[in-house]
Write a protein that binds this ligand. Structure first.
Ligand code: TYM
Length: 332
């Protein structure tokens, strides 16, 4: 059986990276008939301090972002993690399966904890075991993510393999990361060697899903580039991280490939290409931000969608957590 699961943290707002690396691809795969489960991972968000009112709002806004991006809560399951207790239950079991050394190797842990690991929360360290629980609680087989989450999905595979081996069962499937498209790693607009991130101190480094047309245009106009014209083939982008990033964004927004984009714009200067990119970005993103704002006017409707999604998620999760605890030997 083929089942998709993915999650997004309701911490800070959504960026163009989240849209191209995740949401847009979720919407595209919706009509394949595969069961898809998408989670607002509020329990992951609190691994670093979140102001409670901001977390509530960000969770609703994220749900609005899913729907505005074209994910239909009837076809897919949309819910927030903390409403399905199985995530925490299975994460505990996986905390006891995973090894400290596995967690220590995670690049996101090293980046986020920084030099002062002693002062990071225990939850931040254990985070990948919770993510494994998210995926395996539904016996998901495919996990669409951006490139930055690949290592965590690989760790999920290791946890599934070790659990099955330790208990002598063939219970958890070994899930595959699905990392596809022209923009699996959208970079900062200010520095082509850094990921576009909601936590970047400079707002000019990212495009937020809630940015208006003027903000989008001004961020793209000021985006770092080099003085050369655009090449006519992808090889010409080697060593030109900022140029490559803008071309990849253009390709992903227009549902084509980098080669196709360069066939059209090769030879042009950035002074010509940037306005094309910003028109495209505004055309694609504005309707989404308008719809998000409209949905946010009615928070109780969003809460009802999340509650209904959680109910459907629990139907799948309950037999899996029950069976897991039984395999472990816990009296039921
Ligand atoms: P998060 O919330 O940081 O990001 C959500 C999704 O957006 C992708 N993404 C990007 N893709 C391309 N370029 C970027 N600059 C960029 N920034 C973010 C991420 O790869 C991700 O797909 N740990 C996860 C959330 C999570 C999860 C899960 C994902 C929790 N449980 C289970 C999949 C399955 C995270 O922090 O994503």
């Amino acid at each position: 059986a083929h089942r998709v699961f993915s999650g997004i943290q309701p911490s800070g707002g959504l960026t163009l990276g989240n849209y191209l690396g995740a949401l847009k691809r979720f919407a595209q795969s919706q009509n394949t008939g595969v069961q898809s489960i998408y989670c607002m991972v509020d329990m992951h968000a609190i691994t670093v301090w979140q102001d409670p009112a901001t977390l509530t709002r960000a969770t609703r806004e994220l749900c609005a972002g899913f729907i505005a991006s074209g994910i239909d809560p009837e076809k897919s399951i949309l819910f927030n993690q903390s409403q399905v207790a199985g995530h925490a239950q299975l994460a505990w079991v996986f905390n006891c399966v995973a090894r400290m050394g596995w967690m220590q190797r995670m690049t996101q842990w090293k980046d986020k904890a920084g030099k002062n690991q002693q002062n990071a929360s225990l939850g931040l360290f254990a985070y990948p075991a919770l993510m494994a629980a998210d995926i395996l609680l539904y016996h998901a087989t495919h996990v669409p993510v951006g490139e930055d989450q690949k290592q965590h999905v690989e760790l999920t595979r290791d946890i599934a393999i070790k659990f099955n081996h330790d208990f002598g069962v063939d219970f958890f499937p070994i899930p595959e990361p699905v990392i596809e498209g022209a923009a699996t790693r959208v970079m900062s607009l200010r520095d082509g060697s850094k990921k576009m991130s909601k936590s970047d101190p400079s707002d000019m480094a990212r495009i937020n899903m809630t940015d208006d047309a003027d903000a989008i245009a001004s961020k793209i106009r000021k985006a770092k580039t080099d003085p050369e014209a655009l090449p006519s083939e992808a090889e010409g982008l080697e060593g030109r991280a900022e140029a490559r990033n803008l071309v990849r964004i253009y390709a992903a927004l227009s549902d084509t490939t980098v080669d196709d984009v360069l066939r059209d714009v090769g030879g042009r200067q950035f002074s010509e290409f940037k306005p094309m990119l910003s028109d495209l970005a505004v055309a694609k993103l504005s309707p989404i931000s308008v719809e998000m704002a409209r949905l946010m006017e009615n928070p109780s409707e969003i809460d009802a969608i999340l509650a209904r999604g959680a109910e459907r998620a629990r139907e799948i999760a309950t037999p899996v957590i029950d069976r897991t605890l039984e395999i472990v030997g816990m009296v039921r």
